[in-house]
Ligand binder design. Structure first.
Ligand code: EPZ
Length: 421
């Protein structure tokens, strides 16, 4: 197994360019199931998760051509979608659930397979089922994770989401584009990735209104056509580099990021004393002028502070002046990185969803592991500021979701290398 070796190499400096958003490209690739015409997606990050989604599309009957060097993927789904895709393949990635709505609305039946829970929580999907059932489908789930659905034809209706689930909003929105009549999704997720998906669906000829608000209205149409689309920049990758700059008291320029997708993260960094400035060339992040101080974080669905930035920010908070409180409200078990940070000398107390982080800690390099994608990024950030060498294992989590992570960090002067164990 591969691992990262990270050493404290002083303040990060220089510039880095953000790639396309993993959590936008995955639903957008799923949306290509909705048409048998060619779809061209640009700004696609070269990630394991993207590879898996492309394999799933091929298994469904699509011709998929990937051009990783250009960040382009072309998908042409067959006129008849395979409604019984391979179990192994679908169980590789949670986001595979996103093809359920598109297959069902095209073929009136679909079988998908769910992976078990993951490090950050049980990850139920009953809200996906709730919406598709209300649109007129029968859904059966057996204890092997097999999800079998069929319908006489999905019909638009009003659907209230008990929680503004990103995936459920995406699945229902995609199914609604070809359903008969109008679907209204209430308490919808408002993430920028939802807006990007809706923009792509509308380029395909769909009639989606209200994406980015808590009420999304979709008027079903007969057919969707192929379309081209460039995926939005990855706000979580951008946030990860901002926090890495803060952690090393560095001074970097981040290109191709959208600050208006990052308001809570930028606000919290500024509360800690980090200077964040928008310039024509990109966003300057400077933490080399004064000592950083503590702040409190509460993760919430968008536009609140993103849960996907909680672990990275917690690593930073172990080194600022004063204690901080972090409350994780989105996932029930997203503190797996706490034990790893404590191996490095962090002082953190967790009680249910609340973590109290003592500041002013000088972290020490240690042998730690990436417990999930964002926790892994947090451990790299901790290693950049720790005394001595940090060995990080299970880095496959990181390579799922960050394109060219080592090269980009090295480009900022980080002393990080990848070794086979
Ligand atoms: C998406 O996951 C992202 N993944 C996650 O990013 C992100 O953390 C999450 O949204 C929240 O922003 C992708 O977009 C591929 P949810 P998703 O449905 O859709 C509960 C990363 O690091 N819930 O909004 O699975 C669920 O258990 C990943 O890039 C239900 O209870 O998230 C969780 O506690 C991690 N029932 C909360 O809602 C449901 O039917 C948020 O889940 C669905 C969800």
């Amino acid at each position: 197994m591969a691992k990262f070796i990270i050493e404290n190499n002083g303040p990060l400096k220089g510039e880095v360019t953000v790639s396309g958003a993993k959590n936008a490209v995955l639903p957008i690739l799923a949306a290509t199931v909705l048409t048998d015409e060619e779809c061209i997606i640009d700004e696609v990050p070269d990630l394991k998760d993207v590879e898996v989604m492309c394999s799933i599309l091929r298994c469904l009957g699509a011709e998929v051509k990937t051009y990783p060097e250009e960040g382009r993927v072309s998908v042409k789904m067959s006129s008849k979608v395979n409604t019984d895709p391979d179990k192994e393949l679908l169980q590789k990635m949670r986001a595979s659930i996103l093809v359920l709505g598109p297959i069902l609305v095209r073929e009136n039946r679909a079988t998908v397979w769910l992976p078990g829970g993951c490090a950050i929580g049980e990850r139920p999907v009953e809200l996906h089922y709730k919406g598709l059932r209300q649109m007129g489908s029968d859904i059966e789930v057996d204890d092997s994770g097999k999800v079998s659905t069929e319908t006489d034809g999905l019909k638009g209706t009003e659907i209230y989401l008990d929680f503004p689930s990103v995936g459920a909003t995406e699945n229902i929105m995609m199914a609604a584009t070809l359903a008969e009549g109008t679907t209204i999704i209430e308490n919808a997720a408002q993430e920028p990735e939802i807006v990007d998906l809706a923009n792509y669906l509308n380029k395909m000829g769909a009639k989606v209104k209200g994406a980015g608000t808590d009420i999304i209205r979709v008027e079903g149409v007969e057919k969707l056509h192929g379309a081209e689309h460039s995926v939005i920049p990855d706000r979580i990758e951008a946030g990860t580099f901002m926090v890495a700059a803060a952690m090393t008291r560095g001074n970097i320029l981040i290109k191709n990021m959208l600050p208006n997708h990052m308001v809570p993260v930028i606000a919290k960094l500024r509360e800690c004393g980090v200077v964040v400035e928008e310039t024509e060339l990109g966003v300057m992040v400077k933490a080399d002028e004064k000592p950083l101080v503590s702040t409190d974080i509460k993760t919430l669905p968008y536009p609140g502070f993103p849960t996907d930035m909680q672990a990275q920010f917690m690593a930073l908070l172990t080194t600022v002046e004063g204690s901080s409180i972090v409350i994780e409200t989105v996932f029930e078990n997203r503190y797996m990185h706490v034990a790893e940070l404590k191996y490095m000398g962090a002082k953190i107390k967790v009680d249910d969803r609340c973590a109290i982080i003592e500041g002013n800690k000088k972290l020490k390099g240690a042998r730690v592991r990436a417990t999930d994608l964002r926790a892994g990024a947090a451990m790299v950030i901790a290693g950049l500021a720790a005394e001595g060498k940090t060995e990080l294992s299970d880095i496959y989590h990181i390579e799922r979701g960050y394109e060219k992570f080592v090269e980009k960090m090295q480009g900022l002067g980080a002393k990080i290398s990848r070794e086979e164990d």
